[in-house]
Design a protein around this ligand. Structure first.
Ligand SMILES: [Zn+2]
Ligand SMILES: [Zn+2]
Length: 343
């Protein structure tokens, strides 16, 4: 079973109050879900339904008729996050909790559907629930690098953790639902929280979630987000040719060669994305060894428009990643995801 990401039953009363006041303000009727939350609160249960608590927890799982209410709650809360007020961190936590009502039920349904006599959720159901969550991921992503992002760092990290932890649980289904471009903001956000200098009250490491997100993102988009992240680090002065030593082992790991993460990028031109046939040997950048091209023209174009700056940094990242102590550090990273998701 996946370790818990610090689910906190003591948060339920605050979530209930938050939803009640939103309900009044916006003239909503969320009562079935609010009752469920109040019942959970009274029952002294963990905020996240756990599979080993079944069957008693069975009755606290939302019923199918709760689903549209939970979705409405998620959309409403996403607008609260977008409004960017003092209560945004609470809105984020409440969103995680409301999402977990659904995800918890789904997790249970996947594993004990024979005992629950409930219809299994479909990938299209996941996709519906993910839309408001993705909206928030995109909002948070647009805040990266700002003071606001920094001041909300722990809340953002917890939001991502709670979200991705559940995504990993029934990965294949989620993967199908997310396939398209939905995971870009999540991967981008994870890169932002890889900084180990910021201490987070989480018992699951961002680096573990990174490997989950990497597997969910379409390969070409993954490579693009990785390059954009490096460019952003350079722009912010977080990394330069003289300061690449500042990168942590986690960050260097996240910057490993794209084709190692996403095998599909191995034979695609960096500039025009054309697939390069297996029998053709691609044009390769002699400096960084990472960028490949279909033609010299594409290589020249890419060098002139963007590669020149990144290439130097890639080369140093390559060099640093090859140092024995860094390789040792990478091996020690807790990234054996399969074992994390096993029961
Ligand atoms: Zn090309
Ligand atoms: Zn290069």
């Amino acid at each position: 079973m996946l370790p818990h990401s610090g689910s906190d039953p003591s948060f339920i009363p605050l979530a209930v109050t938050t939803l009640e006041s939103l309900q009044t303000r916006l003239g909503k009727s969320w009562e079935p879900v609010l009752s469920l939350l109040r019942e959970m609160q009274g029952a002294d249960l963990p905020a996240e339904p756990q599979i080993d608590l079944l069957p008693p927890i069975n009755r606290y799982l939302p019923r199918a008729d709760h689903h549209s209410v939970i979705r409405d709650i998620l959309w409403t809360l996403s607008s609260e996050v977008a409004a960017d007020t003092d209560t945004t961190p609470i809105a984020l936590r409440t969103m995680s909790l409301a999402y977990q009502l659904y995800a918890g039920r789904t997790m249970a349904a996947f594993r004990v559907h024979h005992a629950l006599s409930l219809p299994l959720e479909q990938p299209s159901d996941f996709a519906l629930y993910m839309r408001p969550m993705n909206r928030v991921a995109n909002i948070l992503f647009s805040w990266r690098g700002t003071k606001r992002f920094h001041s909300m760092f722990p809340s953002i990290a917890q939001f991502i953790t709670r979200q991705l932890m559940h995504s990993g649980l029934s990965e294949r289904e989620f993967y199908r639902a997310f396939r398209r471009r939905q995971f870009i903001a999540w991967l981008g956000l994870l890169y932002e929280i890889l900084n180990p200098k910021v201490s987070l009250n989480m018992n699951i490491k961002p680096i573990v979630l990174l490997t989950v997100a990497e597997r969910m993102i379409p390969p070409m988009e993954g490579r693009r987000v990785q390059v954009e992240w490096l460019s952003a680090l350079v722009e912010r002065g977080a990394v330069s040719t003289t300061s690449v030593d500042k990168l942590s082992t986690e960050q260097l790991f996240a910057l490993r060669r794209a084709h190692v993460i996403w095998h599909a990028v191995k034979r695609r031109c960096m500039e025009c994305r054309t697939k390069i046939a297996d029998e053709v040997s691609p044009q390769r950048c002699g400096h960084c060894q990472r960028a490949i091209y279909c033609t010299k023209g594409c290589q020249a174009q890419h060098w002139a428009t963007s590669h020149r700056d990144i290439c130097k940094i890639w080369s140093i990242v390559n060099m640093r990643s090859n140092k024995p102590e860094i390789r040792q550090g990478m091996k020690a990273l807790p990234i054996d995801v399969t074992s994390m998701f096993e029961e």
